[in-house]
Design a protein. Structure first.
Length: 322
């Protein structure tokens, strides 16, 4: 709260690039939407890149650690006036800044009534903020779960508020090993998103324990520190900024492997949908997928965008999100 509420006044005040790494080029619709976001909201935003999944029209989205509200105002345009976006953040100053610009953005987007709301609260305790079970289609998070001491509680709460078939799509910082207590207790490294980074293998075990499907890695890029004092403390630890997608797959959707054909219906991804690091679906092309991916596509908001058949020529080949 102190680091993001008082010590940082603009993104240039950050001492590492952990929170400003952009992994992939932005689709035109997202670039255009970003141009309509108030400059103060953009200047006071400290997330890493953009965390914008596909197929969002009419969705209800929750943004964990929404900060100044930049991603919420982007998503507000992509879900449309009848969709809804909730942002929650623990830092009072950031929430107030986000709220201050609601009227400006709704007028800019031509909406009759707001489709965004901002709450002050903790992502480990979403119930305290009044967020009900199975009330969101998507939970996003941009470089903030590392700031929470209890990662399992964050994922458990995200799982709780997601509808069956819902998705958690989030960017965060991961370490190549478990971090020493010296690193974990360093205030600047914590604020810079490094000291609280999960050892990447722990994400897989936590996700499984909470009930999510195996994490699907979307993108990853190495983080450079560039600050001699901080580099000396970090030693041989290495960090990456990575985006993962996790799904809340109901048991009824689980069957065997399958063959899927993308129909090309998602705006901005008509010719191909890059789903994760392993699966790119081209319009009209049959792709064999394992049981896990078949269940994800069958149960999620992507179901109407694919023709999904049981079996498949190479259905036994182990692919999987991992």
């Amino acid at each position: 709260q102190d680091y993001y509420g008082k010590r940082l006044q603009k993104s240039e005040d950050l001492r590492t690039n952990a929170c400003i790494t952009s992994a992939v080029p932005l689709p035109k619709a997202v670039r255009d939407a970003l141009k309509r976001v108030h400059e103060e909201v953009v200047a006071r935003y400290y997330g890493c890149g953009l965390v914008i999944p596909e197929c969002l029209v009419l969705c209800r989205i929750l943004d964990l650690g929404s900060g100044s509200g930049r991603d919420c105002y982007l998503l507000s345009q992509l879900v449309g006036e009848r969709g809804h976006v909730t942002g929650i953040d623990m830092t009072e100053g950031q929430v107030e800044l986000a709220k201050k610009h609601i009227a400006y953005h709704m007028d800019k987007f031509g909406y009759q009534k707001p489709n965004v709301e901002f709450l002050q609260g903790y992502m480990e305790k979403l119930g305290d903020a009044g967020l009900a079970d199975e009330s969101y289609d998507i939970v996003i998070s941009n470089c903030v779960i590392n700031l929470a001491p209890d990662k399992k509680a964050v994922l458990r709460e995200a799982y709780r508020v997601l509808k069956p078939g819902g998705e958690m799509y989030f960017s965060d910082v991961y370490a190549n090993q478990r971090l020493s207590e010296t690193i974990q207790k360093h205030r600047v490294l914590w604020g810079e998103c490094l000291a609280g980074a999960l050892y990447w293998r722990d994400l897989y075990s936590i996700a499984e324990e909470v009930g999510f499907s195996p994490p699907c890695l979307v993108t990853a890029s190495p983080i450079t520190i560039g600050d001699k004092e901080l580099e000396a403390i970090i030693g041989d630890s290495r960090f990456v900024s990575a985006t993962y997608r996790l799904f809340k797959v109901p048991g009824s959707s689980r069957a065997g492997p399958g063959q899927v054909i993308y129909n090309g219906g998602i705006v901005g991804h008509e010719r191909e949908l890059v789903f994760d690091a392993n699966f790119t679906f081209k319009e009209g092309e049959a792709v064999d997928v394992d049981a896990e991916m078949a269940a994800i596509l069958r149960s999620s908001r992507f179901a109407e965008e694919f023709l999904i058949r049981a079996g498949g020529a190479n259905a036994a080949a182990p692919q999987g999100c991992c």
